[in-house]
Design a protein around this ligand. Structure first.
Ligand code: SF4
Length: 241
């Protein structure tokens, strides 16, 4: 398995997407309660509800995130990881949370998984600079553990404001954690793949696929991920919303 190895652009023609995409595939991880839903149950009034982000412009938003101490992750972070890319992008890529490399460099998807994501984008004729890349969480969880419910609840408004500002034409959720928290569902990643989803705050369709870090461990799943990317491309080109 090498980072440079990615399915060629003609591996699965775009016109075959509807026929080729399976209705359901195996789960990539055991199901667990969705963090955001847990948080809403556990906290009658999350601190993030006091934070009115709906009028912030990019500069103000980035400043607020940089200074954010709404959850305990601020204690262990090297720096916040705000997001990177084209702020007028058609594509918004959403991952889980910063890892060690991202925490160090302040940019999402810069390690091996990031290199694979770049290859995935290249296969779609997209440069990293053409899309916007962000995470559910802006700060690294220690030892890369899964985000806690309260962390997601506090951090989600920052991402929601980014979505409002970008107004992307398609959102690609990478991995189970990103997908389940974005869509507020317990449904497995395998069952979320292959169709369009919608979240309350935007008419933008959301498409779910595997996290590049998972693909590094399970290269045989690359073909399914390629199908997901083609579905996203086709959705964007057809103007579905
Ligand atoms: S993870 Fe999000 S909510 Fe928590 S301190 Fe970092 S920016 Fe704030």
């Amino acid at each position: 398995m090498g980072i440079d190895v990615w399915l060629p652009k003609d591996a699965l023609p775009a016109e075959n997407v509807e026929l080729e995409i399976p209705q359901a595939v195996a789960d990539v991880a055991p199901e667990k309660p969705v963090a955001i839903a847990e948080a809403q149950q556990q906290q009658a009034e999350p601190a993030s509800l006091d934070t009115d982000v709906s009028t912030l412009d990019w500069e103000a938003l980035q400043t607020r995130v940089t200074e954010c101490r709404l959850c305990d992750l601020h204690k262990s972070r090297t720096q916040t990881v705000f997001g990177v890319g084209n702020r007028n992008a058609d594509w918004l890529i959403i991952g889980e949370a910063p890892g060690a490399d991202e925490d160090r460099q302040g940019e999402p998807f810069v390690g091996r998984a990031g290199q694979l994501l770049n290859s995935m984008l290249q296969a779609l004729d997209l440069a990293r600079e053409d899309v916007y890349i962000a995470n559910i969480l802006k700060c690294r969880p220690p030892q890369n553990r899964d985000p806690k419910a309260e962390e997601v609840a506090h951090c989600m408004p920052w991402l929601q404001r980014q979505i409002q500002l970008i107004q992307p034409k398609v959102i690609l959720a990478l991995g189970r954690i990103a997908a389940q928290n974005l869509l507020q569902t317990n449904t497995s990643l395998g069952r979320l793949r292959g169709r369009l989803h919608y979240i309350d705050m935007t008419p933008t369709p959301v498409i779910v696929t595997y996290h590049p870090a998972y693909l590094l461990r399970s290269p045989l799943e690359k073909r399914k991920s390629w199908e997901d990317l083609l579905l996203a491309k086709k959705t964007l080109e057809s103007g579905v919303s």
